[in-house]
Design a protein around this ligand. Structure first.
Ligand code: ATP
Length: 381
């Protein structure tokens, strides 16, 4: 695993987390916008809340910022409860989707606005601090400019500089890139990550864009209906989704469910993904749509004939005319993406997504190796 952080949601570090949510609930009338959220964000971590619209990301961020108080549960910063502490006393910098720079002020004055409520850090003058922040966001010569003369991405960097000016302990970013076009977002997310790393500032980021979440974060919480379904580093969320929802929300995926027919103790060949371990896993034959698909089941998961097994195979591991488990499917649609083509196949009424470099049409045989299937759950018969 190298230096990758603990992939589980468990928090085993001895230091108090920079931000901790403990059983937090926020209700509006009968709606639980946030429904029993427990999260721990490490000092210096870039932590992202990702999920579909309405899953409670913004409400969670607003609770951390202090714009809302929880209906139940506790929020702690470095071990101290922040119950009743107003936003301006929480040492947080917040950047919203609509960067809302003050149009009647110059860029420099906008950044300086953040210093009206707090002294510049480390005994710096106001002017020095503004210059330092403009350097940090890579707009060193923008101080005298009118904010409206800047591009959307530049304005958002100024909004970030304004939020960072007082030297907050925590940076909260709510969909800061959603108003920008795709190319600009990709560039800006690299810059945001660089700024965050340079400062080492603990950051909680909200986005509905799973690709952005994977690209930018140390860890992500994939939320659904007010609750995180998985909290883990991007690689783990992608390769080992904990639930079917996570498997399908994060990137393309092919999820299958069926009854286990037989279980074979034996050697799985390392699949296209390289296989997960040297220990030979058991191979379950799973009946899906009348076909037996063979799936490696790693220890310690129990599996027995008759169990219902749910698993997924990423499109990059579904290969044409290859793989141990093969099915016959028909090309339904294709999207040319440049490097690859994303092809949707119809397999007996089920959609299968594959990525290929070669054009496909008509009927094809598609397959995967047992080790390239990821088991999501096994429910006893
Ligand atoms: P989006 O990506 O669309 O912004 P989100 O994941 O950030 O969504 P929230 O804005 O946190 O979701 O909303 C979660 C749920 O709580 C939604 O059903 C929303 O309608 C509801 N909600 C949020 N704020 C309020 C409020 N002030 N009053 C009533 N309901 C609210």
């Amino acid at each position: 695993m190298g230096s990758e952080p603990d992939p589980s949601s468990d928090f085993t570090d001895s230091a108090a987390p920079a931000v901790e949510l403990d059983g937090v609930i926020k209700r509006y009338g009968d709606t639980a916008a946030v429904d029993d959220v427990s999260l721990r964000v490490r000092e210096g971590e870039f932590f992202t809340l990702v999920g579909p619209s309405g899953c409670g990301k913004t409400t969670t961020l607003r609770l951390i910022a202090g714009f809302e108080e929880p209906t139940a549960g506790a929020i702690r910063f470095s071990g101290e409860s922040v119950a009743g502490v107003p936003p301006e006393d929480r040492d947080v910098g917040v950047v919203f989707q609509n960067y809302a720079l003050f149009p009647h002020m110059t860029v420099g004055e906008n950044v300086g606005y953040g210093l009206n409520f707090a002294e510049p850090p480390e005994g710096m003058s106001r002017g020095e601090r503004i210059a330092e922040l403009l350097d940090l966001v890579d707009l060193p010569d923008a101080a005298d400019r009118d904010p409206e003369s800047l591009s959307g991405g530049q304005q958002q960097r100024i909004a970030m500089a304004r939020a960072l000016a007082p030297g907050p302990d925590l940076l909260l970013l709510d969909e800061p890139m959603s108003a920008l076009d795709a190319q600009l977002r990709e560039r800006l997310r690299v810059q945001v990550r660089r700024i965050q790393s340079e400062l080492g500032i603990t950051t909680v980021y909200v986005t509905h864009d799973q690709e952005e979440a994977l690209a930018i974060s140390d860890r992500v919480a994939v939320m659904r209906d007010g609750t995180p379904e998985q909290v883990a580093p991007p690689r783990t969320v992608y390769r080992e989704p904990a639930t079917r929802f996570v498997a399908e929300f994060v990137g393309d995926n092919n999820a299958f469910a069926g009854r286990v027919g037989d279980v074979e103790e034996g050697a799985a060949e390392g699949g296209a993904g390289g296989g997960e371990s040297d220990d030979a896993p058991r191979i379950a034959g799973v009946d899906v749509g009348g076909e037996t698909l063979r799936v490696a089941v790693d220890e310690p998961t129990d599996v027995a004939p008759g169990d219902r097994l749910t698993f997924c195979v990423r499109p990059e591991y579904l290969r044409i005319d290859e793989g141990e488990s093969r099915v016959r499917a028909t090309v339904a649609s294709a999207e040319f993406l440049g490097e690859t083509t994303r092809v949707t196949l119809d397999w007996g009424g089920r959609d299968l997504v594959v990525r290929t470099r070669d054009p496909l049409s008509g009927e094809v045989v598609v397959g995967f190796d047992p080790a390239d299937a990821h088991v999501i759950s096994v429910d006893g018969a």
